[in-house]
Write a protein that binds this ligand. Structure first.
Ligand code: ZN
Length: 263
């Protein structure tokens, strides 16, 4: 019988076997956040799931059995708080959830945890770093692929790099590739390009999509989205994830408590 890569599909005895092998635990983070009138609230979750799914065979080839934890499908989503359905955690809640998951892994002797996230609200990313730091201090090395870093963003689409990227072409394309039935495609052609300088507005202290000019909870150019672009991006994302995990497997062997690994 083939062993599933997903913890939720395994028995405790399967997990005990995995602990005996070279392994890497992946923690998928999602969100319940408004993504325009056309894309689902689970857009970030769908991106995380799809990039992990595509990376699994390659990670296994890199020499470690990848075990995927159940998702954390809530994040810090204050900017989209004006739009119904957006469910936000307080920073300490997000940190506590990730920290508690890490501590459970430590209890059973797991060797490494890698966090995969596609929701980039600054407070959310900060919460991930805080939790990663605390878990690393407990002795479990934690890796995190931060797609907001310049060297990562440089490899992604022009819209992603521009920062005007919320439910635009970048994210909508990935949903079209991974879960096509969930995009309201009939709306796309009516959605003109919207430039709001999202990232610089965030650094100026704006805290609400509506104040930033995102009246429908999107910016960028969703009408330009295609499944083809989505597949190209997912290929890049899964390659970045595989490379980061491979590097983490090498660099975290002589780990010092207190140092999380940022990729
Ligand atoms: Zn998103």
């Amino acid at each position: 019988m083939t062993t599933s890569n997903y913890l939720a599909e395994l028995t405790w005895a399967d997990v005990a076997d995995i602990l005996e092998r070279e392994h890497i635990v992946l923690l998928p983070l999602g969100s319940a956040e408004a993504h325009g009138p056309h894309a689902p609230l689970s857009t970030d979750t769908i991106i995380t799931e799809a990039m992990i799914r595509r990376a699994l065979p390659e990670i296994e080839k890199a020499g470690a059995f990848p075990m995927v934890l159940p998702n954390v499908n809530y994040g810090i989503t204050e900017y989209a708080g004006a739009f119904p359905g957006t469910i936000s955690l307080q920073p300490e809640t997000l940190e506590a959830i990730i920290y508690d998951i890490g501590n459970s892994l430590i209890k059973y002797g797991f060797k490494r945890m890698f966090i995969v996230n596609n929701h980039f609200e600054p407070e959310h990313v900060q919460g991930i770093y805080s939790a990663a730091q605390k878990i690393s201090e407990q002795g479990l090395p934690v890796g995190y692929l931060d797609l907001t870093r310049k060297k990562r963003a440089a490899l992604l689409t022009a819209e992603f790099k521009s920062g005007d990227c919320h439910a635009g072409s970048y994210e909508t394309s990935i949903v079209l590739a991974a879960r096509p039935g969930l995009v309201k495609e009939e709306l796309l052609q009516k959605m003109g390009p919207l430039e709001v300088s999202l990232v610089s507005k965030m650094s100026q202290g704006f805290k609400d999509f509506k104040d930033i000019g995102m009246e429908q909870a999107y910016c960028g150019f969703p009408a330009a989205a295609s499944a083809e672009e989505g597949n190209t991006t997912l290929k890049l994302l899964s390659e970045m994830l595989t490379d980061a995990v491979s590097e983490f497997l090498k660099t975290s062997t002589a780990d010092k408590p207190g140092a999380y690994h940022r990729f």
